[in-house]
Write a protein that binds this ligand. Structure first.
Ligand SMILES: [Zn+2]
Length: 87
């Protein structure tokens, strides 16, 4: 899976515009993290990777109606450790 267009913290797809990206301390756009995870150079979410997975499960299920909760969890537990935030 390509990681370039996903938030490197929560795995949210980012698309091609600047809009979903978070901001660095100097106000420039972060290239790695979404605005929900990263604001003014700080991570909004301070929990563990496992907690982030649990938060993301309902969103993944909403976008993938044929996926079970368990397979969504499994997918993210394998994928998130490859993202920059959780490496
Ligand atoms: Zn994010």
């Amino acid at each position: 899976m390509m990681n370039d267009n996903f938030c490197q913290c929560c795995g949210m797809p980012m698309g091609d515009t600047d809009e979903p990206y978070g901001t660095n301390l100097d106000g420039s756009k972060s290239r790695d993290y979404c605005k929900y995870c990263f604001d003014k150079g700080e991570f909004s979410f301070k929990g563990t990777m496992e907690e982030m997975v649990e938060i993301c499960i309902p969103h993944v299920l909403k976008n993938n109606s044929d996926m079970s909760e368990e397979s969504a969890r499994q997918m993210m537990l394998e994928w998130f450790p490859t993202l920059k935030r959780w490496k």
